[in-house]
Ligand binder design. Sequence first.
Ligand code: BES
Ligand code: ZN
Ligand code: ZN
Length: 494
Amino acid sequence: MKITLSKELDSKQDVLVLGLFEEDKHNYKFLSAELSKELDEAIKRKVFERKFGSTHTSNAPPYKKTLVIALGKKKEFTLNCLRRALGKAVKFACCSQYSSLTTNLVSLAHSSKKWKDNDLGRATAEGLLLAEYTFKKYLGKEKKEKLPELHTAALQLESAAPFADGLATGRVIAEATNFVKDLVNEPARVATTEYLEKVARSVASQHKTIRIRVLHAPEMKKLGMGAILGVGQGSATPPSTIILEYHGGKGKWSAIVGKGITFDSGGYNLKPTKYIEDMHTDMAGSAAVLGTIKAMAELKVKKNIVGVMAMAENMVSSRAQHPGDIVTAYNGKTIQVGNTDAEGRLVLADALAYTEDKYKPEVIIDLATLTGACVVALGYYAAGMVGNDEALQTALEQAGNDSYDRVWKLPFYEEYQDWMDGSVSDLNNVETKGKGYEAGSITGGVFLSKFVEKARWAHLDIAGTAYIPEEGDYGQKYATGAGVRVLSYYFLQD
Ligand code: BES
Ligand code: ZN
Ligand code: ZN
């Protein structure tokens, strides 16, 4: 999608999108008397509510179609309201089979002077480009044709350099997010560990600043990564650890580590119907790692960031691991596999310990679709967060709120810290206290914490946010690309 800026609305575009704040009288008389009269009447008859998000559509000239979006009260209008309004605009134009629009939404937001131009530009690109996404690959010809692409969004705004910079940043972040949506939506038959390696190699090949290394099973065996090997041993596609070093500056490494289970059948603790179908999405953490590294390289962020994707498929076969097996992780700790379905923490155990040992990062953030308990606790609109460092978590909260890829801090009290201790091993991958399921997202984090020694560390459980059953104003049903925005905003801070 091309995004253009000009002082005036662009009369060459198909669709006109206008915003209207609750306290403003509409002043769109200059467009056409017909449109103005129609709007007056709709407001008078209260068919067009003035609260945020309600819309009025019109066929009155001068445009082929006009959409008026109520923006609510000025003081309640946020950057995310702007993303949402722009998302509505894009979806409306596409649904009406038009491929270009012009709008005053951005100039209205700009005139409030509440935000820096750069932040406004970023949110603008995100609203437009995230809304544009559809997972079309498997649609037949007829269905595909009904989803035209928007080729131009002409924004009314006196162009300012910081706004254009923000727009460019937002475009990179949104495109990386959409790239991750594609990976997560892809069925497990295609998106295997080998497929993700290929995609990661192709991302790396496009940037001189990215160096890729992949650990395959024989090497992981030599390194003593028994936990990830155990998870992957029942699959026809072998496990791997994909490492992407982004060299963007001087100084210490930051690390992002993602769970990459290309299908989570549960293993011998097999998942039941209604829980198993979506488990091709269990690699969303590793996909977000790849998307973030891609975005950081495109934005030339002046930091060194290593992305680690812990890849395996959790299947059932005569070679699969048994419930009760005991494996040894990279850091020498022994783990009893109390439940083969708690496999994410096993692959991350090796990945976290290896990453800390090799890169001595100052900060490690891991992302994982780790627990159903997190979906129960928080639903679809916040990732659960635990960690060992307050400042890091505060920074992630801020990045989450700003990007609207939100995270919610869970308690990580001392009392939880021995709940994953093993009886005949150092650790168990399921709780050995209580009834076995209490505070599942927190105790999942407790397990992971045993594989980080010195780094400032945070764990984001994206089980609820990565794949959702609801369409949003600028988001779609299914894969969301969760993690890319919060991490990108985090690395762009200061
Ligand atoms: N991949 C699942 C978690 C999940 C559930 C992700 C729903 C997305 C949506 C994970 O591997 C898992 O099965 N976790 C178990 C852990 C339990 C056995 C301790 C769970 O949450 O039930
Ligand atoms: Zn599982
Ligand atoms: Zn899983």
